[in-house]
Ligand binder design. Structure first.
Ligand SMILES: Cc1ncc(COP(=O)(O)O)c(C=O)c1O
Length: 468
C-alpha cells in the first residue's frame, strides 16, 4: 500500500483532540497488522524479538497498532481507530499533538533557513534559543550546549563533569534511565539487560546507589553517596529529580538538597536529568529548582523541540568554563582539542527548524502557564485515581507530581502489562515502567479534565476485572 492510500488524518472537526476513544475494529486491526508485517522484514529484529518475549511472558497478543495521525490528546491508527494518548511520545508531547503554534513556527522557519552550520556559522534561531535556555537556569551566566536527543544532553553533561573536575567517577542511581547512547548507557540502572551486551564499551567508573523511594531510606542513600564522594574520585552525581522510567518515584524531601550538599563539599558536580521532569511535565519548569536546589548542570530534552529533535545541557557559567580551560587535561592536548577542533559537535546540532519550534514550545508553556496547569490537573488526577481505585482493583500505590503519574499494581509485570493491553484494547494508550508493574501516565499538559475523569473510570473498571 502506498502512502497516498492511507486513511485521511484524524477528524479535526468537533471537539478537536479532546474526544473519547472510538474503535471501529478491535486493535490491532488488519491494516496495522499488515504494515507491521512489512516492518518486520526490514527493521532490525530487536523490536520483534522483544515483542515475542513479552507475548510469551504475558500470554497476550502483543502486536502493536500503527499510528497515522494525531490531534491534541487523540491519536488515530491505520484502521481508523481513535485513542486517547496517555503516553504522549514518552512524555514529550507537552502541548499535545498538532500544536498550531509549533506548526506555524516550523513553516516560517522552513521558508527562511533549514540547515545550520552549528558551531561554525550559527543561525539566528540557534542564538535566540540558546539565550532563552540560559535564562531558564536559576543563576545568571549559565551556558548552553544543544543536542538532538536526551542522551546527547547527558553525554554533554558527562563530558562537562570530566573537564570541570578531572575526575571520571560518576554516582548514578538504581532504576535510573538517561538514554541509550554509549556514554549514558553506562549509567543505566533500570535493568542490567540494557548494559550487559555492550559492557565492553561502557565506562567502568559508574557507581550505582539505591534511589530513595521512601523517607526511611533517605539517610542510607545519602551515606552511600557521601562515602563514595569522599574518596575524591567522583566528578558527577547524576540524578533524576523524580525517578521516571524506573517507576515514577518521587523521592523524600531533602534528597536533592542532600546530594547538593555532598557535591559541593566534595567538589563533584550535581547533574539534574530533567529530561522527563522538566518543562512543566512534573508541574514545574525545573523540578530541582522548584525543590529548592540549584544543580551545576541541568539536562532538558523530550518535549523541548515540540516533536523535532532538540535537547540541551545547561550549566553554571563557572562550571562550563571548563570547556575553555579543562582540569586534568595535559596542556598540549587541551590546546589541540579545545582551540583547534570542535570537540563536541554534530552535523545537526542547533538545527534551525528545531530551534524555531523549541522557541514556540517555550513561548506556549510560559504563555499558557502549562507547568502550573500540569500541577493542578495532576493533583486532581491523582486524587481521583486514589478515590476510584479500591482494594478490588489491586492497586498498590498511586504517585507522581504534575502530569507524571505512576499506578503501581499488585501481581508484578503480569498484571501491569495485562492492564496496559486492556487499556489499548479499549482505546487508551499507556506504557508501563518500573519492573512492568507501574502504569506510567504522561498525557499532554493540555489534557482536559473530562479525559482524566474518563480514564480514571475506565481504569478502575478494567483493574477490578483483571485476574492477572
Ligand atoms: C530521565 C531521562 N533521561 C534521558 C532520557 C533519554 O532521552 P532520549 O531517549 O531522547 O535519548 C530519557 C528518556 O526516556 C529519560 O527519561
Amino acid at each position: 500500500m502506498a502512502l497516498s492510500e492511507l486513511p485521511p488524518p484524524i477528524d479535526e472537526s468537533g471537539d478537536a483532540g479532546a474526544e473519547l476513544p472510538l474503535l471501529r475494529t478491535p486493535p490491532p486491526g488488519a491494516m496495522s497488522k499488515a504494515w507491521i508485517a512489512r516492518l518486520q522484514t526490514v527493521d532490525a529484529p530487536w523490536t520483534t524479538a522483544r515483542r515475542e518475549r513479552r507475548a510469551a511472558f504475558t500470554g497476550l497478543d502483543e502486536s502493536p497498532i500503527v499510528l497515522t495521525s494525531a490531534k491534541g490528546c487523540n491519536v488515530a491508527d491505520l484502521d481508523g481507530n481513535r485513542y486517547v494518548d496517555f503516553v504522549a511520545c514518552f512524555g514529550a508531547a507537552l502541548l499535545g499533538h498538532g500544536s498550531t503554534r509549533v506548526a506555524r513556527s516550523l513553516e516560517m522557519q522552513s521558508e527562511r533557513l533549514v540547515f545550520g552550520l552549528g558551531d561554525v556559522f550559527p543561525s539566528d534561531s540557534k542564538i535566540a534559543l540558546t539565550e532563552r535556555l540560559a535564562r531558564l537556569f536559576p543563576e545568571p551566566g549559565a551556558r548552553v550546549m544543544l543536542g538532538l536527543s536526551g542522551a546527547d544532553a547527558i553525554d554533554a553533561a558527562m563530558k562537562t563533569a570530566l573537564l570541570a573536575t578531572g575526575r571520571p567517577g560518576i554516582v548514578a542511581f538504581e532504576g535510573g534511565y538517561h538514554g541509550l547512547a554509549t556514554g549514558p548507557l553506562a549509567m543505566n540502572g533500570l535493568r542490567p539487560e540494557y548494559r550487559l551486551p555492550f559492557g565492553a564499551h561502557l565506562s567502568s567508573h559508574v557507581r550505582f546507589v539505591p534511589y530513595p523511594k521512601a523517607a526511611d531510606t533517605l539517610e542510607q542513600t545519602l551515606t552511600i553517596v557521601d562515602d563514595l564522594a569522599q574518596k575524591g574520585e567522583i566528578g558527577a552525581i547524576v540524578v533524576e529529580p523524580i525517578l521516571g522510567r524506573g517507576g515514577v518515584y518521587v523521592p523524600p524531601a531533602g534528597f536533592l538538597a542532600g546530594l547538593r550538599e555532598i557535591a559541593t563539599r566534595t567538589g563533584a558536580l550535581l547533574v539534574a536529568d530533567e529530561i522527563w521532569t522538566g518543562l512543566g511535565r512534573s508541574g514545574a519548569i525545573l523540578r530541582s529548582v522548584e525543590d529548592g536546589v540549584v544543580p551545576d548542570v541541568v539536562c532538558l530534552g523530550k518535549g523541548l523541540g515540540g516533536g523535532l529533535p532538540m535537547s540541551a545541557c545547561i550549566g553554571k557559567g563557572a562550571v562550563m568554563e571548563a570547556w575553555r580551560s579543562p582540569k586534568g587535561v595535559a596542556p598540549e592536548l587541551a590546546e589541540a582539542g579545545l582551540h583547534g577542533e570542535a570537540i563536541h559537535t554534530a552535523t545537526h546540532f542547533g538545527n534551525p527548524l528545531a530551534c524555531a519550534t523549541s522557541i514556540a514550545v517555550l513561548d506556549t508553556i510560559f504563555g499558557q502557564k502549562l507547568h502550573l496547569r500540569a500541577r493542578e490537573e495532576g493533583e486532581a488526577f491523582v486524587a481521583m485515581l486514589r478515590e476510584a481505585c479500591g482494594p478490588e482493583t489491586k492497586v498498590r500505590e498511586i504517585r507522581g507530581q504534575g502530569l507524571m503519574v505512576g499506578i503501581e499494581v499488585e501481581g508484578g509485570a503480569q498484571r501491569g502489562l495485562g492492564l496496559a493491553r486492556d487499556l489499548l484494547m479499549t482505546g487508551w494508550l499507556v506504557l508501563t515502567g518500573g519492573r512492568g508493574d507501574v502504569l506510567t501516565l504522561t498525557p499532554p499538559l493540555t489534557i482536559p479534565r473530562a479525559l482524566l475523569t474518563a480514564f480514571t473510570e475506565r481504569f478502575a473498571q478494567l483493574a477490578a476485572m483483571r485476574a492477572l
